[in-house]
Design a protein around this ligand. Structure first.
Ligand code: PLP
Length: 426
C-alpha cells in the first residue's frame, strides 16, 4: 500500500488488499505447501528465477501480508517476519556477518540480545564490542576494526528506556562503511521511524506493542534498501559474490535493493527455519490494526504514572524520557515527539528488598515476564530477565539492582496509580 497514507490508515489497511470475491479479512493460510501445475514451474522457484510460494518455511502469504504492513509503517523497502524478536536480531546480523567478523553494539540493550551477542554469537566466531551509546563519535569510532560489519542499537533500550541518538549512530556507521541496525521494538513506527534518521535496517520483537495483547511471540526485520552493499563488496561477500547454494546467483546483482531481505529469506530461513506460524501472524495483524490507538494511550498513562511517582517521597528515582527532568528528554522530543512508550523504571528508597515487597503487594498490576502489552505489568530485571548478569554487567547495561520495570497498560490511569499507591502503603 502506498506510503502516502498516514500511519493510522496503514495500521488498519496495509498489507492485505483483497481482490474481487476474496476475504475482507486477511486469512490464515494454514498450509505448509502450495500447488503447481508443472515440474518446470516448481524448479524455477527453487532457482529463485520466479517468485512464488512453495513451502511455508520460506514464505507464506499470511506472513508476507503482515510483513508488508510493518514495512509500510516503517517506510521501508522489504520486510520479513521471524518466529521471535531474538530470531529477528540474530538474522539481521548473521545475514551479513560470518565467523571471523565483528560488529559494534550499544551496551544498554535488552538482556536476551546482550546474551545473544556476548555469548552465543561469540561461539559462532562473531565478536561484538559493546559501547556506551552516549559516548562521543570519536570514542565509539575506536571500537571499529577492518572486519566490523554493522553497528547495532535500540531506539529505546529495554529496560533502561535510554533514547538512542539515531542520527549520531547513522553517521558513525556510515563513516565506517557499515549499516546501522536498530531494534525499534519499544517506540514502534507509530512513535519513531528510524529510517527517517538514517538507520538502514530495523528489527522488532512484535511480541510487544505490535501484537499488543500478549498472544503471540514474533519478530520482524525491515530493510530500508538504502545501504549500498556493492560499494563495500569485499566486506559483504555473502551479498555481493555468487551463492553456490543457488547455482552461483549473486544477491546484489539479481535483486538490487531487495538483496538483503531476499538472502535472509532464501538462505537463512531455508537453513535455520525460524518462521513465524501463520496463525501468530494473523493475531499480530489484528494487534497492528489498533497500534496507532494504543500507543498514545500507553504514553499518556505512563507519563501520569511517572509524574505521580516523581512526586512521591518513598520513590528514590524515576526514569521516563517523557519527564522534563529526564536525561533523555531532549532526544525524546526530537526522535519521538508523540511520546516514547508505556515502559518506565523506578527505584524505591528501601532499595532492592522494598522493591520486591512493593511488587508482591500490587493487585491490579501483575508480575509477569512480559512488557508492552495492554495490561499493566511489572518486573524486577535483577531477579528475573537479567539474573544471568553480574552486578557489574547490570550497571553497565544501565540497570540498577533496585530497578523496577513498570509497563503501563491501557487501563484507566487513575486505577493504575491507585494500585501503586496501595502497594506503597498509602
Ligand atoms: C523482547 C525484546 C526482544 C526479544 O524479543 P522476543 O520476541 O521475546 O524474542 C528483543 N528486543 C527488545 C527491545 C525486546 O524488548
Amino acid at each position: 500500500m502506498k506510503n502516502q497514507f498516514k500511519p493510522g490508515t496503514l495500521c488498519v489497511q496495509a498489507g492485505w488488499q483483497p481482490k474481487k470475491g476474496e476475504p475482507r479479512v486477511l486469512p490464515v493460510y494454514q498450509s505448509t505447501t502450495f500447488k503447481y501445475d508443472t515440474s518446470e514451474q516448481m524448479a524455477r522457484l527453487f532457482d529463485l528465477e520466479d517468485s512464488g510460494y512453495f513451502y511455508t518455511r520460506l514464505q507464506n502469504p499470511t506472513n508476507d501480508a503482515v510483513a508488508a504492513k510493518i514495512t509500510a509503517l516503517e517506510g521501508g523497502l522489504a520486510g520479513m517476519l521471524t518466529s521471535s524478536g531474538q530470531a529477528a536480531n540474530f538474522y539481521a546480523l548473521f545475514n551479513i556477518c560470518e565467523s571471523g567478523d565483528h560488529f559494534v553494539a550499544q551496551t544498554s540493550i535488552y538482556g536476551g540480545t546482550y546474551n545473544l551477542f556476548a555469548v552465543t554469537m561469540k561461539k559462532l566466531g562473531i565478536e561484538c564490542t559493546f559501547i556506551d551509546q552516549d559516548a562521543s563519535e570519536e570514542e565509539i569510532g575506536k571500537a571499529f576494526r577492518p572486519n566490523t560489519k554493522a553497528l547495532f542499537g535500540e531506539t529505546l533500550s529495554n529496560p533502561g528506556v535510554a533514547v538512542l541518538d539515531i542520527e549520531k549512530f547513522a553517521r558513525i556507521a556510515h563513516k565506517h562503511g557499515v549499516p546501522l541496525i536498530v531494534d525499534n521494538t519499544f517506540p514502534t513506527p507509530i512513535n519513531c521511524r528510524p529510517f527517517e534518521w538514517g538507520a538502514d535496517i530495523v528489527t522488532h520483537s512484535t511480541t510487544k506493542y505490535m501484537d499488543g495483547h500478549a498472544t503471540a511471540v514474533g519478530g520482524c526485520i525491515v530493510d530500508s534498501g538504502n545501504f549500498n552493499w556493492d560499494t563495500y563488496a569485499d566486506k559483504y561477500p555473502g551479498l555481493c559474490t555468487p551463492d553456490e547454494s543457488y547455482h552461483g546467483l549473486t544477491y546484489s546483482k539479481a535483486f538490487g535493493k531487495g538483496a538483503y531481505i531476499t538472502k535472509a529469506t532464501a538462505q537463512l530461513m531455508r537453513d535455520l527455519g525460524s518462521i513465524q506460524a501463520p496463525e501468530n501472524a494473523f493475531l499480530l495483524n489484528i494487534g497492528l490494526e489498533t497500534l496507532h490507538l494504543r500507543m498514545p494511550q500507553h504514553c499518556k498513562n505512563a507519563l501520569a504514572v511517572a509524574e505521580w511517582l516523581e512526586n512521591n517521597e518513598k520513590v528514590a528515582w524515576v526514569n521516563y524520557p517523557g519527564l522534563k527532568s529526564n536525561k533523555y528528554h531532549e532526544l525524546a522530543q526530537k526522535y519521538m515527539p508523540g511520546g516514547t512508550c508505556g515502559v518506565l523504571c523506578f527505584g524505591l528508597k528501601g532499595g532492592r528488598e522494598e522493591s520486591i515487597r512493593f511488587m508482591d503487594s500490587l493487585k491490579l498490576v501483575a508480575i509477569v515476564t512480559h512488557v508492552a502489552d495492554a495490561r499493566s505489568c511489572v518486573l524486577h530485571p535483577a531477579s528475573h530477565t537479567h539474573r544471568q548478569l553480574s552486578n557489574e554487567q547490570l550497571l553497565e547495561a544501565g540497570i540498577n539492582p533496585d530497578l523496577i520495570r513498570f509497563s503501563t497498560g491501557i487501563e484507566n490511569a487513575e486505577d493504575i496509580i491507585a494500585d501503586i499507591a496501595q502497594a506503597l502503603g498509602e
